[in-house]
Design a protein around this ligand. Structure first.
Ligand SMILES: [Cu+2]
Length: 476
């Protein structure tokens, strides 16, 4: 079964699916740890992407010269300190996706800070209250900058180490590679913006297509999966294995086995899995995914010949320690509606832009092809003003022909209702919605400031799917 039925998108060839060679997966990331301020430099660079039987040098924009950028790794309670420099020839900013910093550190330019100009710098510093798997990325012209590679992973380790034999990061991206093997930089095409966003023809794990992810027979591994693609949804399958979900968007959940249904990972989302390596020495298992356009093989689990592990495999997977959470008073919560409109095959005939009502022709001419509550991406007026401490329920209504991945900055929400059915969803920061879905999310307005609520399909965000909530009160 394809998980996104009803989405009409041109079929493209995913080179990864046809590739036969097993590239060896690079598992060494440059790691910058707590204690000393990390230096992050955004600059143009080159990255070796492995696909088919070839390695291609692709022109990228990256942090410290690698895509993903350096792994930032801390313990819960540590203070993040990053000295950021912009060596691009356009302004940029850094957003800490899924973390709960003070508003001034959120990096959502131009809402929470002025963009960092070329040659400029900015120091980001805040305390890390939540353990989990997070990431950082540009939040300025992301449809251009994030596509070229401006992102990295941030891990906050639990106080008490979670017992596994290894902890492995799998960063999922997709790229548009042209016939010459170059990164296609024909970005900002309105056709992509009005449809599903920029979808690649090359899916990679840690920068490799069809990569071999080594496993030792008998070991238990924690895999941290992060979807950093502009717009792609990966619905993952792990044939021959029974991974257990232990966290979503960094937040611990009651451990649950991944069943027959694919595990959906939308843009911006993360999932932590515990996987017992129960395969035989020397065996190979595919890591498969449905994308919005295809069925692809992302990589392979490649078993080593020598067994190992510390005997954890087969034992019960215990929950991660919970992160501290704000009180959520759903019964008294303010309830507001957010209707998502526009895009190709949509019903939208016009929307507010620049304070006046304009028709579709003007919207398209201005690159605003989506709207929330009839407003196409204007950021002058908040969706809602909230008192600090107040609880709110937002009824998200996807009145479009496309899936979306709705992301809230600075605070985590719980899904409380999906298509009329009450649910007891985990805390998360990004939720995937299919066409016509209605999803109610609840959160507490815990930190003062202006917090973006937007689609994390970057072309949809830039095309109008963005707003913010204004939390009034003393800054934390
Ligand atoms: Cu979207």
């Amino acid at each position: 079964m394809r998980p996104f039925s009803g989405v009409a998108i041109t079929r493209r060839t995913i080179l990864a699916g046809a590739a036969a060679s097993l590239a060896s997966l690079s598992t060494t990331h440059q790691t910058l740890a707590a204690g000393i301020p990390a230096r992050l430099i955004a600059a143009p660079g080159r990255q070796a992407l492995e696909f088919g039987k070839a390695t291609r040098l692709v022109d990228t924009w990256s942090y410290n010269g690698t895509v993903p950028g350096p792994l930032l790794r801390y313990h819960v309670g540590d203070r993040l300190e990053v000295l950021f420099e912009n060596r691009l020839d356009e302004p940029t900013s850094v957003h800490w996706h899924g973390l709960r910093p003070p508003n001034a550190m959120d990096g959502a330019a131009p809402l929470t800070q002025a963009p960092v100009e070329p040659g400029g710098s900015m120091n980001y510093a805040f305390d890390l209250a939540d353990a989990g798997t997070y990431w950082y990325h540009t939040h300025f012209r992301g449809w251009n900058q994030q596509d070229r590679g401006l992102y990295g992973i941030l891990i906050v380790d639990e106080r008490k180490p979670f017992k596994v034999d290894r902890d492995v990061l799998l960063v999922l991206d997709d790229w548009v590679i042209d016939r010459g093997g170059r990164l296609d930089t024909d970005l900002g095409q309105m056709h992509e913006w009005a449809h599903a966003g920029r979808l690649g023809n090359l899916a990679t794990i840690n920068g490799s297509a069809n990569a071999a992810v080594p496993l030792t027979p008998g070991e238990r591994v924690r895999f941290r999966l992060v979807n950093v693609a502009n717009a792609q949804i990966f619905a993952l399958l792990f044939p021959g294995h029974a991974p257990v979900v232990i966290a979503e968007d960094g937040n611990p959940v009651a451990p649950r086995a991944v069943g027959e249904e694919p595990l959906i990972l939308g843009p911006g989302q993360r999932v932590d899995l515990v996987l017992d390596a129960t395969g035989k020495a020397g065996s190979i298992y595919p890591i498969k995914a449905y994308t919005l356009t295809d069925e692809v093989t992302l990589g392979q689990f490649a078993y080593r010949d020598e067994p190992g592990g510390s005997g954890l495999i087969g034992t019960e997977v215990t929950p991660l320690e919970a992160n501290a959470r704000p009180a959520l008073a759903i019964a008294e919560a303010r309830r507001i509606e957010l209707r998502m409109e526009g895009g190709a095959m949509g019903r939208m005939r016009g929307a507010m832009m620049g304070g006046r009502m304009v028709g579709m022709r003007d919207l398209v001419a201005n690159g605003r092809v989506w709207a929330f509550n009839g407003v196409a991406g204007d950021m002058e007026t908040p969706l809602v003003s909230l008192k600090r401490g107040e609880s709110v329920v937002v009824d998200l209504i996807n009145d479009t022909a496309f899936p979306h991945a709705m992301h809230l900055h600075g605070m985590h929400f719980r899904e409380i209702e999906r298509n009329g059915v009450p649910v007891d969803g985990p805390w998360r920061d990004t939720t995937v919605m299919a066409p016509d879905d209605r999803v109610s999310i609840a959160f507490a307005a815990e930190t003062a400031g202006k917090w973006m609520l937007h689609c994390h399909m970057i072309e949809h965000q830039a095309g109008g799917m963005m707003t913010f909530v204004d939390v009034k009160g003393d800054a934390a």
